[in-house]
Design a protein around this ligand. Structure first.
Ligand code: BJW
Length: 236
């Protein structure tokens, strides 16, 4: 990985590949299809307006499924790195599962929302939520039946972008793990970090769409390449 003595601030971006070995399908595996619908046709505000039951069933199934999954060695290694790294570290996940927090990563943000939250589009409150939404349960805060999955759909603004760009301005090492680089703005973070002078590293099963943007790429399953890299960082 070259000279690491001047690395203090790390930003890590994770995608579906980090949870693949926990048994959660990636978005673009299996042709990105769900009951013959393209993910892009379910994960939009327009799809929700057109056929809310379809969209709610899709998310109810996923919310239920993730609760049966467990973190894998990649999540665990990132939590160990978080606990042991003295400089700044920010784990930005695009994932909407809760496996990073179950592995006990602390410096973590979810830029595409969370399956285990429901968002009331009437009173704009968020609630930890494990049950289905298809039967339109009332919002615990205002009683309206306007709860939707707290997921950032295509065309919506990802969360906490100010914090992410603030971290990218200070970053010495940007690491992208298990993401295809197909979705913006996250797909642009590596380029931004690089232009600001950071080293960039990709860890992925195979070269991604944006591999050329990285100084270094390491290919293999996240459960192997992520622990190896994290131990290297902690060893200094
Ligand atoms: C392994 C592995 C193993 C496998 N080990 N690795 C043209 C038309 C319409 C819109 C646009 C357009 N051009 C641009 C846009 C904007 C749009 C966009 O990017 N569209 C693209 C399709 C082109 N983006 C947006 O709309 C975003 N909002 C936005 O831009 O607002 C304006 C704005 C601009 C600037 C600043 C701020 C705001 C919102 C995007 C929201 C994305 N939401 C989703 C939710 C899905 C719903 C759900 O959860 O069900 O987020 S989409 C989906 O993709 C999900 C993911 O977080 C995201 C990224 O996917 P990810 O994680 O990369 O997964 P995969 O499957 O693609 O890749 C898996 C990778 O893992 C692969 O590389 C494998 O090799 C690897 N892998 N096994 C290691 N074992």
């Amino acid at each position: 990985m070259g000279d690491m003595s001047n690395i203090r601030n790390i930003v890590i971006l994770t995608g579906a590949g980090v949870s693949a070995e926990s048994g959660i399908d990636t978005f673009r595996s299996a042709g990105g299809l769900w009951e013959n619908h393209r993910v892009e046709d379910v994960a939009t505000p327009e799809a929700f307006a057109r056929d809310p039951n379809l969209v709610l069933r899709f998310y109810d199934a996923r919310r239920e499924a993730i609760q049966t999954k467990a973190p894998n060695p990649a999540h665990d290694a990132l939590a160990r790195l978080d606990a042991g790294w003295n400089g700044n570290l920010l784990l930005v996940t695009q994932n909407v599962d809760d496996l990073h927090e179950r592995a006990e990563s602390r410096r973590l943000l979810h830029m595409h929302g969370e399956h285990l939250n429901a968002w009331c589009s009437f009173c704009d409150t968020r609630h930890r939520w494990r049950a289905p939404l298809l039967d339109r349960p009332p919002c615990p805060a205002c009683g309206s039946r306007a709860l939707r999955p707290d997921i950032v759909w295509f065309g919506e603004m990802p969360y906490r972008m100010d914090e992410i760009y603030a971290a990218l301005r200070e970053v010495d090492l940007f690491v992208s793990i298990g993401t295809s680089g197909a979705v913006y703005p996250s797909a642009g973070f590596a380029q931004t970090a690089r232009e600001l002078g950071a080293r960039t590293l990709e860890l992925n099963l195979e070269p991604s769409q944006g591999s050329r943007m990285f100084h270094e790429c390491r290919h293999g399953p996240a459960s192997e390449v992520v622990p190896a890299w994290a131990e290297e960082m902690l060893a200094g």
